[in-house]
Design a protein around this ligand. Structure first.
Ligand SMILES: *Cc1c(COP(=O)(O)O)cnc(C)c1O
Length: 375
């Protein structure tokens, strides 16, 4: 591909040497598990988010969800409402703990969980006598979900709110940064995410000391006062020291990378576009994710883009409530957008430049090519 969808190596030209040296330091230091870089990264992540939020590194974004759900007290049989249009891990974590994911619809413009559909799902689940305990919002393609409305609903109904921010670390909203908008926020450092490491990694964020304490314990086998005191049934969900060492210099340039992504997003927004809904970002929000104009004619566009050497993907073409393993769970009646006439969502390349200057010279021609293909 002349223009890859996600160029996970783009940062190497700018900070590759720093990262290689950091890896070597970890290798030579010998503290390969929970070495000092892990605590350093946790402090840096917490500083990025602000608002008194704490950060804990962990093994991946799926385990981050499990740690968060378990700390929030999810019991077998409890209902958790989540969107049907998301990566499978969102619902998988609930099901693996014995919970019942109930699928709500997403808003047709933002592709994020629809608050009216959450309310409908809640009432239906309560109607069949189930204990509904919480809502998982997903910031799909980097767009923060409607947290003010979700918070109002969850506070009114006595539920917790978990933010699956695997695709949105670095995003900002007028109400605060992603990481500070829900009771617990989880993220992934899978290489293709906005902040990616060189393998698997993840993190959980919370401002609640009791939840932090529980997740810290659950991350290492449910430890209590020491390693051989086990007060919870936990996991081995630690973050490798090498991954923390990779993430520290990457976090230091994340702000520049987000600015460059925003330029690409702005160029897409300004380009002539075909029919279909195009995800829009609420005013004041900062977009860390992939540029994702959507179009009902994704199939045609895909092959034309591919022929032009422009990376593209249709993420999550099969909604979760239609996946073989998940059909036994319920979807709300209003999951109509998810049922009929649901357009595929086409994801287009982002450009993660090696330096801020190269983005302005590289992105406009790419977007012009794209507009020509789409016209
Ligand atoms: C990537 C992703 C996850 C899982 O993260 P891993 O690090 O791959 O386990 C969870 N939820 C969403 C929305 C994701 O995109």
């Amino acid at each position: 591909m002349a223009v890859p969808l996600i160029d996970v190596r783009a940062h190497r030209a700018r900070i590759g040497n720093d990262i290689d040296q950091a890896i070597t330091r970890v290798v030579q230091g010998g503290q390969w598990i929970m070495g000092p870089e892990v605590a350093e990264l946790e402090a840096a992540l917490a500083r990025w988010i602000g608002a008194g939020v704490h950060a804990l590194g962990c093994s991946n974004g799926t385990d981050a969800l499990v740690l968060g759900l378990q700390a929030l007290g999810l019991q077998p049989g409890d209902v958790v409402i989540c969107p049907s249009f998301t990566f499978v891990a969102t619902a998988e974590a609930v099901a693996n703990l014995g919970g019942e994911p109930v699928f709500a619809d997403v808003h047709e413009h933002t592709h994020n969980i629809d608050v009216a559909s959450v309310q409908a799902a809640l009432e239906r689940a309560r109607g069949r006598g189930r204990r509904v305990v919480g809502v998982i919002a997903v910031d799909l393609f980097g767009h923060p979900a409607d947290y003010p409305a979700l918070r109002a609903l969850t506070e009114r109904e006595g539920l917790w709110l978990l933010a699956d921010a695997a695709q949105s670390f670095g995003a900002a909203t007028p109400d605060g940064n992603v990481g500070a908008l829900a009771d617990v926020t989880t993220t992934s450092f899978f290489p293709a995410k906005p902040l990616g490491c060189y393998g698997d990694g993840g993190a959980v964020f919370t401002a609640d000391e009791a939840l932090l304490h529980a997740m810290r314990s659950l991350r290492v086998h449910g430890t209590g006062s020491d390693k051989y005191d086990n007060v919870r049934i936990g996991h081995n969900a630690r973050l490798d020291t090498i991954q923390a060492a990779v993430l520290l210099p990457k976090l230091a340039i994340l702000g520049d990378e987000l600015d460059a992504r925003q330029q690409v997003a702005d160029a897409y927004a300004a380009a002539p576009r075909g029919p279909g809904h195009h995800p829009t970002l609420a005013a004041g929000n900062r977009w860390p994710g992939r540029s994702t104009p959507s179009t009902p004619t994704a199939a045609t566009s895909c092959s034309r883009l591919t022929a032009e050497g422009i990376g593209n993907a249709v993420y999550y073409p099969i909604l979760l409530h239609r996946q073989q393993a998940y059909t036994r769970f319920r979807a709300t009646a209003s999951t109509c957008r998810c049922r009929s006439g649901w357009p595929s969502v086409l994801s287009l390349p982002e450009v993660t430049p090696t330096s801020p200057t190269s983005s302005s010279t590289r992105s406009p021609p790419r977007c012009a090519t794209l507009a020509a293909v789409a016209a």
